[in-house]
Design a protein around this ligand. Structure first.
Ligand code: UFG
Length: 338
């Protein structure tokens, strides 16, 4: 089976490529390198013992994409290629809509024309907004996300539902909670460009001395310690869920399938709990200061991931501390690389 992985050199993409290769899938990566580096491809090979086929281009370039489909018999796609910075999406909404939706539609057009099924879409728990009840299961009503980034995820889901229904295709929409951590080999991990927006990369860079202090955005939330709560899911666990979701689609006998799964641990952790867990796991200090709330942040989000366990036989296995240990090992690897 040959699987196209768009954005396969990115954070979640690279970990998923390794899992696919280790499960004997052939992998073709298309990635424009806008948020990755070439050494990630070499490191995928080091970890998996196989080198995926790689094409460096922007998926908006339809003619190049078509040539890939001409050259390889593709059986399915996992679509990671997207811009993902919430704040930036508010400043550059058109870039987000253009990049995230046109690239998706271009791949789907190829699937339609060439009669290919099996499409997995990287979605996000952002589609739920601030849900009224916890934990969040797949029947929790969707709310319009505040950010243009979040809207591209919700629109992407709608596009895929229509695609599956109209053309009789199998699709899986995977709603990630907060992915963290790095590969246990310390050869793959997140490469934040500039100042990180997300909590764990910022904590890591603070512990490393690159940042002076972590700003904890608000301690007046209605939670036990006043800081906001999220469901932090280890990236390798998340990557494994993609393989399970793909195998399920491949085994489905129905022509039309629209699967939706929440991928989280089911456990919420506050910002201060993450900071403490990082300090304990790695025996380092993370200086922090309490600041005003960040605009657009919700109070609490954690998953009910029972559906994924029941239907995919998948559940998160790695503890927060263990995930945070891998993050620190990756940071040391990056520092040594220079
Ligand atoms: N936080 C801090 N300080 C920081 C960074 C984050 O206190 O320097 C806090 C945030 O306020 C939030 C928590 O840490 O309470 C997690 O923040 P992240 O930015 O790591 O993650 P978010 O939950 O805001 O965003 C994530 C994904 C988005 C996705 C969103 C859906 O990064 O892609 O979940 O809710 F859209």
């Amino acid at each position: 089976m040959t699987i196209l992985v768009t954005g396969g050199l990115g954070y979640i993409g690279s970990h998923t490529v390794v899992e696919l290769l280790q499960n004997n899938f052939q992998v073709i990566i298309v990635d424009d390198m806008s948020n990755s580096e070439k050494f990630i491809l070499d490191n995928i090979e080091k970890v998996a013992g196989k080198r995926p086929v790689f094409f460096p281009f922007d998926l908006k370039r339809k003619e190049l994409l078509s040539q890939v489909f001409d050259a390889y018999e593709i059986d399915g796609c996992i679509n990671f290629a997207a811009y993902k910075a919430v704040g930036e999406s508010q400043e550059k909404p058109l870039d987000y809509y253009e990049n995230n939706l046109f690239s998706l539609i271009n791949v789907l057009q190829e699937f339609k024309t060439r009669n290919i099924s099996n499409f997995i879409f990287s979605s996000s728990c952002t589609v739920y907004g601030q849900a009224d009840e916890m934990p969040i299961d797949e029947n929790t009503p969707l709310k319009l996300p505040e950010s243009s980034y979040g809207k591209t995820k919700q629109m992407g889901e709608e596009i895929l539902k229509d695609f599956a229904t109209a053309y009789k295709k199998k699709v899986s929409l995977l709603r990630y909670f907060n992915p963290i951590g790095s590969h246990p080999t310390a050869l793959l991990g997140e490469l934040p460009i500039g100042v990180p927006n997300n909590l764990v990369p910022y904590v890591t860079q603070t512990a490393s001395g690159i940042r002076e202090k972590l700003s904890v955005w608000g301690n007046d939330y209605p939670t036990a310690d006043g800081t906001a709560i999220r469901d932090y899911i280890y990236v390798v666990d998340l990557a494994k869920a993609h393989v399970k979701a793909l195998q399920k689609l491949l085994n489905e006998t129905s022509e039309t399938v629209i699967d939706i799964y929440n991928l989280g641990t089911g456990k919420g952790s506050s910002v201060l709990e993450v900071v403490n867990a990082f300090e304990i796991a790695n025996d380092v200090k993370v200086p922090y200061q309490i600041c005003e709330r960040r605009a657009g942040d919700i109070t609490v989000a954690y998953a009910n991931a029972d559906k994924a366990e029941k239907e995919l036989g998948w559940k998160a296995e790695t503890s927060l501390e263990e995930a945070l240990r891998t993050t620190w090992e990756w940071q040391k690897y990056l520092v040594n690389r220079g």
